[in-house]
Structures are given as C-alpha cells and as structure tokens.
Ligand binder design. Structure first.
Ligand SMILES: *Cc1c(COP(=O)(O)O)cnc(C)c1O
Length: 388
C-alpha cells in the first residue's frame, strides 16, 4: 500500500494547514512515533556506538522474537516484504513454466516476485463476502503445471486456510502466505504466517508492525528453507565469500531490527486499538444500506490493517469526504489481471468478476491505533450525510 499511503500523508500535511482540528488522516505515523521517540533514538545511539548496521545481535534477537510471536521456530529477516516473497518462492524451488495461483486484488509484490523467481501467475477470483481467495474456484484454476498457492490475508483478515491447505494437500501443492498485512492476525488459534509452508511479512512503515524504513521477514518451521533464504539474502553465500549460487543483497538492517524490536512489544496493544476502531465503524454502519462491510471468516481474527467498506457512488463519496477533511484510500483500484504489466497473460475484463466489481466499490477509511471514537463518529456521520 506504499503509494496510496504516501499520497495520504501528503494530504494530511495539506489538511493540517487548512483545518487543524478537523482533518482525519488516513494513517497517523507521526503520532505513533512521537510516543516512542526516545526509545527509537536510544536504539540509534546504540547502533552508532557499536557501528553495527547490517546483521549482528539486533537482527538475531528480532528474528527470535518475531518467530516466537508467530509461533514458529524460525524467522529470517530480509530487506522488504517483496524480498521475503521472492526468497520464499525461490526457496520453494520454482522452475520456469511452474504456475502459482493467487488473487488479483493484492499489491503487485505478491505476483511480481513469482515472475522474478521464474514462475508464472494464474489468478483465482475472491469471495464476495471476505474479498479473500475463493477456495471453491481453485479446482478450476489448478493445472498440471501448478506448483503452489499464495493466499493473501487481505486487509489483515486471514483467508479460508482450512479449505486452501486441504485442497493444496490433496493436489500436492505448497502454500506460501502473503501475510504482509496480517501481523498478529490469527486463524483457529494460530498466527497468520504460521499456517502454510512459509509466511511472508513486510515491515513497510505503514504496516501494523512497521520499520522506520524498508524491512521484511519469512517465518517457517522448515529448516532447509531457512538455510536457503539466509543464503539468498546474502549473495548466495554459505560461508563468507563461498557462494553456492548467485543471490541478492537482501539483508535486514540492524537499525531496522532494533526499531522493530521496540515496536513489536506494542503490537498487541496497537492491534487491540485497531480492533476497537473496527468495532466502532461496524456499529456505526449497521443500519446504513449503502455501506457494505466485509464479512468475517469463521475462526479468523483480523489484524485490521485496513478498514474497507463497499459503497455505491464511491468516487463522489471519496471527494465528499476529502472536502470534509476525511482522507481515504483505495486498495486496490485496478485488479492485477487488468494491469498493463500483465497484458501478455491474456486476461480480460469479466474473467474475475467478483474482484473486478469490488475494485469499483471499495473504499478504505481512516484506520490506525489511537483513532478516537469521536473521529469515527465524524467519519460515519459524514458518510451518512452523503447518502441521506
Ligand atoms: C506491503 C505489501 C507487500 C510488499 O511489501 P514491501 O515491504 O513493500 O516490499 C506485499 N504484499 C502485500 C499484500 C502488501 O500489502
């Protein structure tokens, strides 16, 4: 969600000048950091004094702590969520011609990493209620060349992993989770990221657990994958200057690891605040027929990365809210199968109708820890005002 977020931050700055008390930003990273500024600065001082910038004890400690948080034995820190996905796909042994199935309503990192790892993307449509992967359509998309499935826990809500992992097991396919929006979400008592073979996280600043820069991680119980991903992030080296393959410069910064350790201690609290915000929104829109909310997957607890509604007259509502100081986002305005980047794949409008229709209706409302009930009331009454 990088692009939209930058836009909303710009919007926020502009708004600040116009109507100080009234503007409700889409995301408020400034306040989030103000509360822990001293600790972050202390971590920076520590890094400077040790001159430890790449690798080292902070990275190892963060990997242990985040792995434990997810309930898996291993975590490998890497330089972004995109690298987490790319390295997981390579570690899964993708070969040219191998097909990987995922959803079209995700950020392009999910799919570009497949192509970059040598595979081919096939899209499956989503469920109308949750907007997550529709497992009942998988059989029709699985081909003899399919090797794996990548569910995306969109907006922080875990996909129907029971059905997806069952079908994958029956067909001999692997499952790699794109958990970039789902830090701390759970499904039937287990954490997102720990539900498949490997789970990929992004710590982009706007995520539920965000660095002060770029960062990512892969979590897994598979020791062989851990070894391979550790090689890949460090130029394919098994020991210093001994390279088993070519690899990448894809390491996690020590400073980002130190920042992430500080923030990880607050993640549960922040996620609880997001859950409260979601509950306020849900109550406020209960009797507004023009606003449809996503339905909850049984057994899933969302991390509420985003609060997305589906509305009529979306674009005019968005402008109306903008004019009243309420910043919104679109996640995502154009499904991947209709992007120019994928024109060669041969998809056309109408192929994935649920995702296509949702893209014209969805609207992401302000969502971040610390958003107040009165702010939610203002957003909700502005929306009711638009329809009333
Ligand atoms: C943010 C995000 C990514 C990419 O993570 P980066 O850290 O920006 O590389 C991948 N998938 C999804 C669903 C995301 O939201």
């Amino acid at each position: 969600m990088g692009f939209d977020e930058t836009m909303s931050q710009t919007t926020r700055t502009e708004r600040r000048q116009v109507t100080l008390e009234e503007a409700i930003p889409f995301l408020d990273l400034v306040s989030a950091h103000r509360a822990i500024e001293e600790e972050l600065v202390e971590a920076l001082r520590g890094a400077l004094r040790e001159a430890a910038f790449v690798g080292g004890p902070e990275v190892v400690k963060f990997e242990q702590e985040f792995g434990a948080y997810c309930g898996v034995p291993y975590c490998v820190g890497v330089s972004s969520g995109t690298d987490a996905l790319r390295f997981a796909y390579i570690a899964a042994g993708l070969r040219p011609g191998d097909e990987v199935i995922t959803v079209p309503n995700t950020f392009i990192a999910t799919t570009e990493a497949v192509t970059q790892a040598g595979g081919t993307i096939r899209f499956v449509d989503v469920e109308d209620g949750t907007l997550n992967m529709d497992s009942s359509r998988l059989d029709a998309v699985i081909s003899p060349r399919t090797v794996g499935i990548v569910p995306v826990h969109l907006y922080g809500q875990p996909a129907n992993m029971e059905a997806i992992t069952r079908i994958a097991a029956q067909r001999g396919l692997w499952v790699i989770e794109d958990a970039a929006q789902a830090h701390g979400a759970s499904y039937r008592g287990r954490r997102a990221g720990a539900l498949g073979w490997m789970g990929c996280f992004s710590f982009y600043p706007g995520k539920n657990l965000g660095a002060c820069g770029e960062a990512g991680a892969v979590v897994t119980s598979d020791e062989a994958c851990v070894k391979r991903i550790r090689e890949l992030r460090e130029h394919g080296q098994e020991a210093k200057y001994f390279h088993v393959t070519e690899g990448y410069n894809g390491r996690l910064d020590a400073l980002q690891a130190a920042f992430l350790r500080i923030k990880l201690r607050r993640l549960e609290k922040w996620n609880a605040q997001r859950r409260q915000v979601a509950a306020w929104y849900r109550a406020a829109f209960q009797n507004v027929p023009d606003v449809r909310m996503t339905s909850e997957e049984p057994g899933a607890v969302s991390s509420w990365h985003l609060f997305v509604v589906r509305v009529t007259h979306r674009d005019s509502l968005r402008e109306y809210l903008q004019a009243r100081g309420v910043a919104t986002g679109l996640h995502y305005p154009l499904p991947l199968h209709l992007q120019k980047a994928y024109s060669a794949a041969g998809y056309k409008r109408g192929d994935l109708p649920v995702a296509e229709r949702a893209a014209t209706e969805l609207l992401s409302l302000p969502m971040y820890p610390g958003l107040t009930e009165s702010a939610i009331d203002r957003v909700a009454s502005a929306i009711r005002g638009f329809y009333g």
